[in-house]
Design a protein around this ligand. Structure first.
Ligand SMILES: [Mn+2]
Length: 345
């Protein structure tokens, strides 16, 4: 089921792990779990998604989760990275699973464990059984954005196979884009600026049809919107992920007024250090603060997925500015993979 219920237990809600299995094992230790995910007081682990990609051992993370789910009721919601795997979209950092992509990815992410051919089907089955949304009376968990309209659409298809539904909505999205009144202009812009769009040194004029396209695309597909978040216009274009961007991630929590707390990942929050300019406005509060209109949304992703950068600069995990965290519920305490603890406010 795409929307599932959380158990009534005390929870430890883990941010995006991104294949950083060692950091995760350390975090488990500080949270008081046995290495296999059993907690002596019966607490449960919940993951906000993006368990895989970029880090040194995505297969170990999935193997670990499969076992902990089976024996100790660990849960997760799907992140955009799991959905890429399910949809056979080989993107940056997926080379551990899509071996034809590995040579492109190795430069940043190797050495890393590649999935064994005979394990891949098992991983796909495991991921295909995980929900998009987890909830109970006091708490809501989704990878990127709590969007009531999109969750209502999910609810209508709650019994569907997630990979099939994603594909179906993908096709629908592609069709809607092709028939949109701005589509020809969009194609023309993309053709005219094909090279400039991928050149960080090149200044570009504003591309209105591209802006409309990017915002539309981020909103239209319910699963994509919930797991990637929605975009909005920015007057200061920036270069990121190999491409000029005219839209930024929207801080949807500024418009969230429900009383239920929401825990998310996805947004590369930074415990220390300065976030890149295009992300500087996303969280206008210190990193241990709740955010949103009612101060009841919390992003628990502290960018451990960027630790491959440390490897290149010979920075050891304990000195890293990138961290793995869990939010303890209902205590509202943050626990980090180096044993640091911090009350959230
Ligand atoms: Mn994500």
């Amino acid at each position: 089921m795409l929307i599932q219920n959380l158990p009534p237990n005390k929870l430890d809600i883990v941010g995006d792990v991104h294949g950083q299995f060692e950091a995760f094992q350390n975090l488990l230790h500080y949270l008081g779990y046995h290495p296999d995910g059993k907690h002596p007081q019966g607490r449960k682990l919940v993951f906000v998604g993006d368990l895989v990609d970029r880090g040194p051992d995505s297969p170990a993370m999935l193997d670990w989760f499969a076992n902990a789910q089976k024996h100790y009721g660990a849960m997760m919601v799907l992140g955009n990275h799991e959905l890429n795997i399910l949809n056979k979209e080989a993107k940056d950092g997926t080379g551990w699973f899509f071996h034809h992509r590995a040579c492109k990815d190795e430069h940043n992410y190797a050495p890393w464990q590649l999935a064994k051919e005979y394990d891949k089907q098992r991983y796909l089955q495991l991921l295909n059984q995980q929900p998009i949304v987890l909830q109970r009376d006091d708490l809501r968990i989704v990878h990127a954005a709590w969007l009531p309209e999109q969750i209502a659409k999910l609810d209508e298809h709650n019994q569907c196979n997630v990979a099939e539904l994603y594909q179906e909505w993908d096709e629908e999205l592609a069709c809607c884009i092709k028939h949109a009144p701005w589509y020809d202009d969009y194609l023309a812009e993309q053709r005219l600026y094909a090279h400039a769009l991928e050149n960080p040194a090149q200044m570009l004029p504003e591309l209105p049809a591209t802006i409309t396209h990017d915002i539309y695309r981020s909103q239209k597909h319910p699963i994509r919107a919930l797991t990637c978040g929605v975009e909005e216009y920015t007057s200061t274009p920036f270069f990121s992920g190999g491409r000029w961007r005219f839209t930024v991630r929207q801080s949807w929590w500024k418009h969230y007024h429900d009383k239920e707390h929401v825990i998310i990942g996805h947004y590369w929050r930074q415990w220390e250090g300065v976030p890149p300019k295009h992300r500087a406005d996303l969280f206008d509060v210190p990193p241990h603060h709740w955010h949103g209109a009612r101060k009841n949304v919390f992003c628990v992703d502290f960018s451990v997925g960027a630790r491959w950068r440390d490897r290149k600069r010979n920075i050891c995990p304990n000195d890293s500015e990138y961290r793995l965290a869990a939010l303890r519920w209902p205590e509202k305490i943050l626990m980090f993979d180096n044993g640091d603890e911090k009350h959230t406010v």
